[in-house]
Write a new protein. Structure first.
Ligand SMILES: NC(=O)c1ccc[n+]([C@@H]2O[C@H](COP(=O)([O-])OP(=O)(O)OC[C@H]3O[C@@H](n4cnc5c(N)ncnc54)[C@H](O)[C@@H]3O)[C@@H](O)[C@H]2O)c1
Ligand SMILES: O=C[C@H](O)CS(=O)(=O)O
Length: 491
């Protein structure tokens, strides 16, 4: 499989003529190659988008939405095929891959509906016979930069609202997962989106990403990825006074109170900590447990972890797939070493899986630490792998304080049957997403998605809030009095 750029409705290799292999993390084998672009390709894509956007913005929003309905139907038709490719390219197990494609389908229909709403406001004027309103106007060319862990869902969270609002898109997907970008571009092509409204440029962040962050005709950057890269992008956008939406890492926690349903909490922890091999921004990487139920939780958690099968995500019964590449494997293991050196107790895992059945792939055993303190590195930094840590507390107040003590603020959860505790946690947990009696993962696409503190810069993906990123408010006054009326003049 050869993955090319998609620019102005045409499939083309980069002018660089360079390709790199696409690696299946389950076995280390190449499943194709992808073109590696440079600044010239970006220039071409941005000019195409700029030309196309002018006409696209004039198409009425309900008509723009019709393309998204078609996109939703095509995604639905190809759900299984795309999900299988997603597992081969990124490694997540097939049931999760199907779930990710479903997120894209849901987002298509949801955002298509927004084409018939795209609400503005009417507001009474201060003056007689004068009408005042505000409308959402498209911004122009928007640049999307996305990670490899949700290579299709996150692209739909961003591109669908951008397009329905009348913008044109230039997208730089992660170089690890270009096949998903190709699938989405093919679907837009087949759905009849006019040429140039949706463009994909593959390449390295430091070249392609930076060059369109710097580009004067790209008016908005919507980025999802690591904190380090997000901060760099924000600095550049700041210099150019460019609007930027950042969705970055997390250090999410599940709080288990002494009145919790422990079996339910264990089920949620298993799913949130080890699903997608812990490579979710919302992954549960801290378990903050009331000391009275700590031992019970540890025992049941270990029992549940023993039932987890690690392997190729396409195989029946596999619950935990590989991590994305060798670099990720080394980074995860490094954090495990730090955890041990800083005095945490390793209860399970802590090693790479290298038996014959895992040959060539990038597999890490689901790992559980206990006796972790909030100051330890493994309790503060994003590991992005199947590693989670138990921190013991003595009260709800302490649990909330520990939850809030990290630099990130994406998702948190509490297990309790006490309505006072649940509502107090809902109010005081300093994260963009709070779950009561559910794990930290599993966001629904019609609610805003994003976080506080180091997780972002106040914008949100998903839900109607996504439209705030891709539109600008325009206030309009219509004076039908037939005379010049002046506001702000005292007569
Ligand atoms: N908050 C969220 O919504 C959310 C969702 C998923 C993943 N994430 C985060 O993403 C991270 C994992 O993804 P990753 O490893 O792909 O992140 P990353 O930051 O390394 O890369 C993200 C994207 O940025 C590009 N990039 C890299 N350097 C760049 C530069 N200098 N200029 C412009 N673009 C550049 C990459 O090529 C890629 O497309 C984790 O930190 C995870 O928490 C956040
Ligand atoms: O990052 C994308 C995921 O869908 C978010 S969640 O883990 O499902 O909440």
């Amino acid at each position: 499989m050869k993955v090319l750029n998609y620019i102005d409705g045409r499939w083309m290799p980069s002018v660089s003529e360079q390709f790199v292999p696409i690696i299946n993390p389950a076995n280390g084998q190449s499943i194709g190659e992808v073109t590696v672009s440079n600044e010239q390709d970006v220039e071409q894509a941005v000019s195409a988008a700029k030309r196309a956007q002018k006409a696209w913005a004039l198409v009425p929003a309900p008509k723009r939405a019709e393309v998204l309905y078609k996109v939703g139907m095509l995604l639905q038709e190809r759900k299984e095929q795309i999900a299988r490719l997603l597992t081969m390219e990124m490694g997540k197990v097939i049931e999760e891959a199907r779930g990710e494609v479903q997120e894209g389908i849901d987002m298509a229909f949801y955002m298509a509906g927004e084409g018939r709403r795209l609400f503005g406001d009417t507001t009474p004027s201060e003056l007689p016979n004068k009408f005042a309103m505000s409308v959402r106007a498209p911004i122009g060319v928007v640049g999307l930069i996305t990670p490899w862990n949700f290579p299709i869902a996150i692209a739909t969270w961003k591109s669908f609202p951008a397009i329905v609002a009348g913008n044109a898109v230039v997208w730089k997907p992660a170089l690890e997962t270009p096949i998903m970008a190709q699938q989405l571009a093919q679907i837009f092509e087949q759905a009849g989106l006019p040429n140039g409204v949706f463009n994909v440029v593959h390449g390295r962040g430091s070249v392609v990403g930076e060059s369109f962050v710097e580009h004067r005709d790209v008016k908005v950057i919507s980025f999802t990825g690591s904190n380090e890269v997000g901060r760099r992008i924000a600095e550049t956008c700041g210099r150019h006074l460019k609007k930027v939406s950042l969705e970055m890492g997390g250090k999410n926690a599940i709080i288990v109170m002494d009145d919790a349903d422990i079996d339910l909490a264990v089920e949620a922890i298993i799913w949130s900590a080890f699903g997608t091999s812990g490579q979710r921004c919302t992954a549960c990487s801290r378990i903050i447990v009331h000391e009275r139920v700590r031992q019970q939780l540890e025992e049941r958690l270990l029992a549940a972890m023993n039932t987890l099968t690690v392997g190729n995500g396409l195989e029946e019964g596999v619950k935990v797939g590989p991590v994305i590449n060798q670099g990720a494997l080394q980074k995860i293991h490094h954090y495990v070493q730090i955890g041990k050196n800083e005095g945490a107790t390793l209860l399970a895992g802590g090693y790479m899986l290298q038996d014959e059945q895992y040959k060539g792939g990038f597999y890490y055993a689901p790992t559980l630490f206990t006796n972790v303190t909030p100051e330890m590195t493994i309790a503060r930094e994003e590991i992005f792998g199947p590693v989670t840590s138990i921190i013991s507390v003595h009260s709800l107040e302490e649990a909330i304080e520990v939850n809030n003590s990290v630099d990130y603020g994406l998702s948190s959860a509490i297990f309790t049957h006490d309505i006072h505790r649940a509502f107090t946690a809902m109010r005081d947990l300093d994260t963009g997403i709070v779950y009561i009696n559910a794990g930290t993962t599993g966001a629904e696409i019609h609610l805003p998605f994003g976080g506080t503190k180091g997780t972002g810069n106040g914008h949100r993906d998903s839900g109607v809030a996504a439209l705030d990123v891709f539109t600008e408010w325009k206030s309009i006054y219509v004076d039908y009095s037939g005379k010049l009326q002046r506001a702000q003049i005292d007569v």
